[in-house]
Design a protein around this ligand. Structure first.
Ligand SMILES: Nc1ncnc2c1ncn2[C@@H]1O[C@H](COP(=O)(O)OP(=O)(O)OP(=O)(O)O)[C@@H](O)[C@H]1O
Length: 256
């Protein structure tokens, strides 16, 4: 798969600076199941999911509340363990890894972005990012990561001095500063209005296009589907549909 154009509604199409989506699998998920047990109560969160994510692609995951999207992201991100089935990251079978191996996998390969930014209030934007770069193997400089998300002019600001969208972009800078292979985003615009959320989507698109970071975004905003290479829909713990966007919409045009 190689999709090189990004379309604006109304027909104009502009080429993205770089589009690194490839046909090389980065994640392979086979018959994945997850059952949560609380006392006598069993919840089947994933009920036999098969999917492949390709290196460099941007995927959007849609589906009603409780359909299993976060559970899937947590398992491929090494935060949670499957009940059954297999997940490979490249040649590594994550479902066969120990907790210690999963910790190393997360540290070296995965960036996470959540709905709430989890920044440290007493540290500046630069310092929040530097916390990660100090313990990473091949990090970018904090100012480089902040520039990628358009915040080079806010490096000395504290979280309380920034808008929600700016704080989320600091969280993205923190996630990408270690140059992860994959960026897993669970409702990254969930707490933001569309004007602010668009800036967050632009930052994610730029990281995907320029660094080639495989990016998966869970969202409830169906409009966001248009920025993806592929859209996965979930229902009742299964992947119910997968569509390819032949043309992609510029994040600036997305509204909700
Ligand atoms: N730690 C847990 N313990 C028990 N049940 C859980 C746990 N985490 C998730 N579940 C249940 O698993 C099912 C799938 O949850 P999941 O969070 O993956 O769905 P989701 O599609 O991401 O939903 P949302 O869009 O609301 O975040 C739900 O029924 C949920 O209540």
């Amino acid at each position: 798969m190689k999709i090189n154009a990004i379309a604006r509604p109304g027909g104009s199409v502009r080429a993205m600076a770089t589009d690194n989506s490839t046909s090389e699998p980065v994640f392979r998920v086979e018959n994945l199941t997850k059952i949560y047990r609380t006392g006598d109560v069993e919840v089947r969160a994933l009920n036999g999911v098969d999917m492949t994510l390709y290196r460099g692609e941007m995927a959007v995951l849609l589906g009603p509340s409780g359909s299993g999207k976060s559970t899937l992201l947590n398992i491929i991100g090494g935060l949670d363990q499957a009940t059954g089935g297999k997940v490979w990251f490249g040649d590594t079978e994550l479902t066969g890894c120990s907790q210690r191996e999963l910790t190393r996998y997360r540290r070296d390969h995965v960036g996470f972005v959540f709905q709430f930014y989890n920044l440290i209030p007493s540290l500046t934007a630069w310092e929040n990012v530097a916390l990660v770069t100090e313990v990473s193997r091949h990090p970018m400089r904090p100012e480089e990561a902040l520039a990628m998300v358009g915040l080079d002019h806010r490096m000395s600001h504290f979280p309380a001095q920034m808008s929600g969208g700016e704080q989320q972009r600091v969280a993205i800078a923190r996630a990408i500063a270690k140059r992860p292979d994959v960026l897993l985003c669970d409702e990254p615009t969930g707490a933001l209005d569309s004007r602010t959320g668009v800036l967050v989507l632009e930052a994610l698109s730029r990281v995907n296009a320029e660094l080639g970071t495989t990016t998966a975004i869970i969202t409830h905003n169906a409009g966001i589907r248009q920025i993806a290479h592929r859209v996965f829909s979930f229902l009742d713990g299964r992947m119910s549909d997968c569509t390819v966007n032949e043309t992609r919409v510029d994040p600036a045009e997305v509204k909700w």
